[in-house]
Design a binder for this molecule. Structure first.
Ligand SMILES: Cc1cc2nc3c(=O)[nH]c(=O)nc-3n(C[C@H](O)[C@H](O)[C@H](O)COP(=O)(O)OP(=O)(O)OC[C@H]3O[C@@H](n4cnc5c(N)ncnc54)[C@H](O)[C@@H]3O)c2cc1C
Length: 386
């Protein structure tokens, strides 16, 4: 499937990946049977469990593609894909390690120093070290290049001053990889002068203030830096290369199954409620949802195949996220039309619970990780329309 510069190669997962899938399903079944977790919609942002993260680490399902010398398992990106799609489909609590495993670890592998890799990566692999992303600021979200948090050179390191916002999980994480301004802003070269630093969130001069989301959960935060010292050894990559490095993270951030599976548990629990004889209209709705899901998965797997080959398909990843997050909303609308939920408190069933979580969480899906309007701009550029 190639059109106008987009390419989603067909990926054959192979028997090894399918064996792995069976292992993950068996593990999830055991966890569910023993009350290890309760499925939630959007579990990769809502389900925090250090115990579960450590269990995944012990299974060898974190840092799966990383070199063995950093504790990794040297498996393929497609093996990792299988594990993540199974965990997400089950609504398992994977939020705590999600960012570290998905993008901070790979970023350190690509741009980090040997010392950073050796001290941090094995802890991520064990499910014991958690990361957050410090990009957005109060006046800089889509237009990230306008950010104002500064890192000023001092003896032996950098002094950070400024404010990050919407930082998912900062209140629970060990480190933030922050994008900061290391040279004054130059309107003619807007992407210059930015750098990435690894900030130990226990350092002095950091205030983390949780912001309640619409579900009433403390998920994201405002993070203030007041003369926070970051040693030279914690700069990631080259000073001034921050923009280039951040862009390389985005294909990892935007193409995974979490961009269309956040509401899959609603479809699954809804199917259970509908039973074997759902009626023509419900069957047609479910058929449409499953057909769309198959197409999205095919596209997402294609992007992951390209990542596995070392490519950085940023525009294709943007397309997957844009279409995928709209699909997540369609799942809720489709299921709700046939299975309206009872008011909270009257219905303790799993369907009502995941539907409620989904409804409260899905509005953020088209904003976090780049808004759909911005993603459409990236796609339009790839198509030569702008
Ligand atoms: C649940 C959640 C978790 C998040 N977690 C993190 C996190 O961990 N770390 C982090 O750094 N950030 C995080 N964010 C922030 C997120 O990345 C930003 O909210 C997002 O990039 C949009 O920025 P903004 O909120 O400043 O909106 P703005 O950029 O101000 O956008 C406002 C509106 O203008 C539109 N718009 C802006 N520019 C353009 C353009 N060029 N073309 C067309 N339309 C445009 C947007 O689409 C949007 O509708 C999170 C957000 C959410 C909702």
């Amino acid at each position: 499937m190639a059109a106008h510069g987009f390419h989603f190669p067909k990926v054959d997962l192979g028997p090894e990946a399918e064996r792995l899938r069976a292992d993950v399903r068996a593990f999830i079944a055991e966890e569910l049977a023993s009350g290890g977790f309760t499925p939630t919609a959007d579990s990769w942002t809502a389900g925090y469990s250090a115990e579960f993260s450590r269990k995944l680490g012990a299974k060898g399902w974190l840092g799966m593609t990383w070199p063995k010398k950093y504790g990794g398992h040297e498996r393929t990106a497609l093996d990792r894909y299988v594990v993540t799609e199974e965990l997400l489909s089950a609504g398992a609590p994977v939020a705590l390690h999600w960012i570290a495993d998905r993008q901070s670890g790979p970023l350190l592998l690509r741009f980090g120093t040997e010392e950073q890799r050796q001290t941090i990566l094995p802890r991520i692999v064990r499910g014991e070290c958690y990361f957050c992303i410090g990009m957005s600021e109060p006046d800089s979200g889509s237009d990230l290049a306008s950010l104002r948090t500064t890192a000023t050179k001092v003896d032996g390191g950098w002094q950070i001053n400024g404010r990050k916002i919407w930082t998912s999980g900062a209140h629970l994480c060990d480190y933030m990889i922050a994008l900061v301004r290391t040279s004054p802003r130059d309107e003619t070269r807007r992407h210059d002068g930015l750098s990435q630093v690894l900030i130990d969130l226990k350092s002095e001069g950091i205030s983390i203030r949780p912001i309640s989301n619409i579900a009433g959960e403390a998920h994201f935060n405002e993070v203030l830096f007041e003369n926070t010292f970051v040693p030279d050894s914690m700069v990631v990559g080259n000073v001034g290369d921050g923009w280039k490095q951040v862009v390389s993270e985005l294909a990892f951030e935007r193409s995974g199954p979490e961009r269309f599976l956040s509401t899959f548990v609603v479809l699954r629990e809804g199917l259970r409620e509908l039973g074997q004889t759902p009626g023509d209209s419900a069957a047609a709705s479910v058929g449409r949802l499953v057909a769309s899901l198959k197409s999205l998965r095919r596209m997402s797997l294609g992007v992951n195949g390209l990542l596995q080959q070392g490519e950085s398909p940023v525009a294709a990843a943007a397309l997957v996220k844009e279409v995928g997050t709209r699909y997540e909303r369609t799942v809720l609308e489709g299921m709700r039309a046939h299975l309206p939920s009872r008011p909270a408190g009257q219905s303790p069933d799993a369907y009502a619970s995941v539907l409620r979580d989904g409804i409260l969480h899905v509005p953020s899906a088209t904003i976090r990780g780049g808004t759909n309007e911005v993603l459409k701009g990236i796609v339009a550029r790839e198509l030569g329309l702008r």
